[in-house]
Design a protein around this ligand. Structure first.
Ligand SMILES: [Fe+2]
Length: 331
């Protein structure tokens, strides 16, 4: 089990989500302030006309995209409610679940990304935005443990900073689709330790980053660094997303992997993982992030540490698309 993070101790009873801080008035009994305007004609809303009434309210949205998104949200949300026909208690539980999800977020924990990941939304967004990777390395989820401005290291440095685990050499290269090596590419990498913990899951993680670095490829587009072999791990499951997984009868584990975010001028930024072959959770990753081409064996060497190697290929930068969502980013 992962240690609880600061601020993540809010307990929940079986009755609901106390961290939401909501008063438990039955929704039908809540006091409503109804503002009436003389020019309005009163209308009674029911199951047959509420959806069209709400859709009409967004017809004058500030942009075509805002209107498209708003209309789709209303249509699908109303269809969902009609499908499941929630009780009022279930409606309130859903409100509290979302409230709790937001309250669980902090500088080092993004419960909404976890929710998106575990419902397959992150990978769906990723797939939509990278439909034709061509020769480029395939993408996968960013995950909740990315931290901007990771410490810079020189090629060959040990980035583990004392993390426990079996020694590991990670090496590889960065090239464009035509095979041209990319010199000076920024290689952002982060991973868990032998127990499946990221540095940010420890009390001093933000002050003393470990298993996390930014490096630059050399003139031949190569990079290499020393660290420790990461383990498979459960996503933080002491919050609302963990409770959701239990209700759904799912385990919270991800197969062992090393994260990469690689950027260079003229190229699309690549967000991906390298998964370690043989991991027991490769076929049941809780966030659906595994792709066959991203799995590599842990090579044992006659002398020296185990080795994990990957040669990355960056896609050429596309013109900025409008109306297409960007991959999730943690601030
Ligand atoms: Fe991860």
């Amino acid at each position: 089990m992962h240690a609880a993070l600061p601020g993540s101790q809010a307990g929940r009873s079986r009755e609901g989500w106390p961290c939401s801080g909501l008063d438990r008035h039955p929704p039908g009994k809540a006091k409503l302030r109804v503002r009436t305007r003389p020019e309005n004609v009163m209308q009674s809303f029911d199951e047959t006309n509420i959806t069209s009434a709400v859709l009409a309210k967004v017809a004058q949205a500030t942009s075509p995209r805002a209107r498209q998104v708003s209309e789709a949200l209303i249509r699908h949300l109303h269809a969902f409610v009609r499908d499941i026909e929630p009780t009022e208690a279930e409606w309130l539980s859903a409100i509290e679940f979302l409230t709790c999800t937001g309250q669980m977020c902090s500088r080092t924990r993004q419960e909404f990304i976890l929710l998106s990941d575990t419902l397959g939304v992150s990978m769906l967004v990723d797939a939509i935005n990278h439909r034709h990777p061509g020769a480029a390395t395939q993408t996968t989820v960013l995950g909740p443990f990315y931290v901007q401005d990771a410490p810079e290291f020189a090629l060959g440095d040990d980035i583990s900073r004392g993390m426990p685990g079996e020694k590991l050499l990670v090496e590889g290269s960065v090239a464009r689709a035509d095979g041209t090596p990319v010199a000076g590419a920024i290689v952002d990498t982060w991973h868990a330790d032998q127990d499946g913990f990221y540095d940010v899951q420890t009390p001093s993680g933000l002050e003393t980053p470990a298993g996390r670095a930014r490096l630059r490829t050399d003139a031949q587009g190569r990079f290499w660094f020393h660290t420790v072999v990461p383990a498979s791990y459960p996503i933080p499951d002491d919050g609302p997303v963990g409770d959701m997984l239990k209700l759904q009868g799912r385990h919270p584990y991800r197969p062992a992997h090393v994260h990469f975010m690689i950027g260079a001028p003229g190229c699309e930024t690549l967000v991906t993982h390298i998964f370690i072959a043989g991991d027991r959770y490769l076929a049941s990753d809780v966030v659906f992030g595994v792709k066959d081409m991203l799995i590599r064996p842990l090579e044992t060497q006659a002398t020296g540490p185990a080795r994990l190697r990957y040669d990355f290929v960056l896609a050429d930068a596309r013109p900025a698309a409008t109306g297409v969502a960007s991959p999730p980013q943690q601030g």
